[in-house]
Design a protein around this ligand. Sequence first.
Ligand code: FAD
Ligand code: DHB
Length: 390
Amino acid sequence: MKTQVCVIGGGPSGLLLSQLLHLKGIDTVVLEKHSREYVLGRIRAGVLEHGFAKLMREAQCGERMDREGEIHEGFLIAHDGRLDRIDLHGLSGGNSVVVYGQTELTRDLYDARARLKGTVIHDVEDVRLNDLHSGRPSVSYRQGDEVVQIECDYVIGADGFHGVSRKAIPRTVLREYEKLYPFGWLGVLSRTKPVSPELIYARHERGFALCSLRSQVLSRYYIQVPLTDSVDDWADDAFWAELKRRLPDEVAARLLTGPSIEKSIAPLRSFVAEPMRYGRLFLAGDAAHIVPPTGARGLNSAASDIYYLYHAMLAHYQRGDDSGLDGYSAKALARVWKAQRFSWWMTMLLHTFPDRIDYERKLQQTDLDYLLSSEVAQRSLAENYVGLPF
Ligand code: FAD
Ligand code: DHB
C-alpha cells in the first residue's frame, strides 16, 4: 500500500490532521490500534479553545459542535466557602471557550473521515516504523495473520502517550522531561443537570474538585484522590458526599446526584519529549506531551501541533517549501512549554499536596489571594485558558 502521509493513531490529533490534509488533496492512511467503539468509549477532555473550534470548522467538522457545544465566557473558583468568577471574555479581549466533549468531537471526526471515504484502519497490531531517515519511510502493521506494509513520504506519530512512535526515536536523540504528581482525578459522568452553568474549579483542604458538564442534562465531576485509590474504593454515594464536602455550602445544597454512567481515575503527569521530529517522523499530541488536566490544555495542545503540521505539510506539497517542516519541532515546543507552565501553575494553585511544608501552604494561599485581587493576574489566567495564539 502507498500513501503520502501515514498517521499512527486514530484519536483526535490523527483524525483531525488526516481530515484537513484530505480536504487539500493530500492522501493519508490512519492506523488505529482499537475499534471505533472503544475509542469513542473513552471520556476525556471537555473544554476547547476558540482556535481549536476554528480548526474544527476548517476541517468541515464544526456543525454539531456549533449547534450542541456551549460557549463559556467565564468560570468560577470556589475557595474558603465562597465563589469568585473569572470573566474570560472581558479579560481576554472578547475570547471564550467551547464546552464540547472529546467523545463527541472524535465522533464528528470519524463521521467526516467516513463521509470523504478516508482510509482509517482499526484493530492494527505490531505497528513498526521503518527507514525514518531515508527518503522513503514505511510503516508496517499486522491484522490477524496478515502483515501489511505502507510506503509513504511522512509518518505522523499521533498515537498518544503509550504509543510506539515516540519509542522509534533513538534514546541518544530523545530527551524526556517529566513530573509526576502524588494524586489523581476521580471522574464521574452522570445524567443530571449540572450544578452550575459555568465550570467550578474548587480548592479545598480535603483536595481539589471540579464541576464540569457536557450538556444541560449531562454533568462531569472530578475530585482529587490519592494515587493508591481505585475506582472500586468509590461507590457513587461516597463520591457525591466527598464532592459536596469540597464545595461551598450553597453549591453543595443544589448539587443533583444520580447514578454514575462512567467512573475512572486519571493520574496527573507533566511530560514533554524533545525533539518532536526525527527524520520523516513528526510527533503530535499526547505522543509528545502530557499535562495535568487542571487547565484543560491537553487536547488543546494537541490541536496546536496539528495546526502547525497541517500548514507545514501544505507548504511542502503545494509550494515545495520545507521551512515549516524544518521548523515544526521548535515552533510546536515553544507553545507546548507555555501550556506546560500554565497547567503546572493551575495544578499547584488548586490542589492539596500531602507533603507541603507550611511555608509552601502560605505561598499557595498568597498566590490565590493575588490572583483574585489583581486584574493583571486574572488577565494572564484568561489569556492562557482561552488559548494562546497558534
Ligand atoms: P489520544 O487521544 O491518546 O489518541 C491516540 C490514539 O492512538 C488512541 O486512539 C490509541 O488507541 C491509538 N494508539 C495507541 N498506540 C497505538 C499503536 N501502537 N498503533 C496505532 N494506534 C495506537 N485533557 C483535557 O484537556 N481535559 C481532560 O479532562 C482530560 N482528561 C483525560 C483523561 C485521561 C484518562 C487521559 C488519558 C487524557 C485526558 N486528557 C484530558 C487529555 C486529552 O484527552 C488528550 O490530550 C487527547 O486525547 C490527545 O489526543 P491525541 O489524539 O494526541 O491522543
Ligand atoms: C474538564 C476537564 C478538565 O481538565 C478541565 O480543566 C475542565 C473540564 C471536563 O472533562 O469537562
